[in-house]
Design a protein around this ligand. Structure first.
Ligand SMILES: C[S@@+](CC[C@H](N)C(=O)[O-])C[C@H]1O[C@@H](n2cnc3c(N)ncnc32)[C@H](O)[C@@H]1O
Ligand SMILES: Nc1nc2[nH]cc(C(=O)O)c2c(=O)[nH]1
Ligand code: SF4
Ligand SMILES: [Mg+2]
Length: 210
């Protein structure tokens, strides 16, 4: 199948348990919880998105004819060396496009694969690191994985329900909005009340990285 990619870049994973790790980011175009158009934002299931995932016009973006073509581009972004190769599949919603052929091709090139997903589509079973970030009002089917990364505060979310899901790590990420300072305080408060959650910050934004 062909893949529509908004942008591709080499950076440090900014969020979650893998924060600080060198990674190639592949941002797939399109999402099932928002069209990406500002006029649709208020009515979208996910209305706080901080990302432009519309089209294939970003740096490193484009249409890729098959898994091998996409992996060749990921390898070019990684540069020399086969050790510790790490790719993060994000979007948009990457599970709209990630398939067997892509996962096999990335593994064939020696990449450890992480995904950032909203969890409304089951994650591919051979992905090495599954991060689910649930959105209030959506039907999350992927209720297990490596990290559950909840953007907080998020009205309509029952945190007790999320605690019943099977994740190795539970993280709270302050909602980046006009109320960012208050949202950070709300996350700190929540961790103080619930020590099995941890705070994660979007460190790439603090550092001026992509
Ligand atoms: C842009 S999304 C793409 C992947 C997938 N669609 C998802 O939502 O998990 C990447 C990460 O950014 C988080 N995110 C999006 N908007 C945010 C915001 N305004 N503040 C904090 N985190 C945000 C998402 O929850 C997700 O963990
Ligand atoms: N550096 C960096 N880390 C990230 N972690 C998750 C991101 C995303 O947008 O999915 C992201 C991103 O866009 N940049
Ligand atoms: S689900 Fe992810 S990509 Fe889609 S609108 Fe929400 S944060 Fe953005
Ligand atoms: Mg981001």
């Amino acid at each position: 199948m062909t893949y529509a990619v908004k942008e591709m870049f080499l950076t440090l994973q900014g969020e979650g348990v893998n924060a600080g790790a060198r990674a190639v980011f592949v941002r797939f175009a399109g999402c099932n919880l928002w069209s990406g158009r500002e006029q649709d934002r208020a009515a979208a299931i996910c209305s706080f998105c901080d990302t432009d995932f519309v089209g294939i016009d970003g740096v490193g973006g484009g249409k890729f004819a098959d898994g091998d073509a996409l992996v060749a581009a990921v390898e070019r972004h990684w540069g020399s060396g086969r050790a510790d190769r790490f790719v993060v599949l994000t979007g948009g919603e990457p599970m709209l496009q990630v398939d067997d052929a892509l996962v096999a091709a990335l593994h064939g090139a020696g990449f450890r694969i992480a995904i950032e997903t909203n969890g409304t589509i089951a994650a591919h079973p051979r992905i090495d690191w599954v991060c689910v970030s649930p959105k209030a009002g959506s039907d999350v089917v992927q209720r297990s994985g490596d990290e559950l990364k909840l953007v907080w505060p998020q009205p309509g979310t029952d945190i007790d329900v999320l605690e019943g899901w099977d994740f190795a790590h539970r993280l709270l990420q302050p909602l980046d909005s006009a109320d960012h300072t208050a949202n950070i305080a709300a996350c700190v408060d929540m961790v103080m009340q619930r020590p099995h959650w941890r705070l994660t910050l979007q460190t790439h934004k603090l550092l001026g990285l992509r």
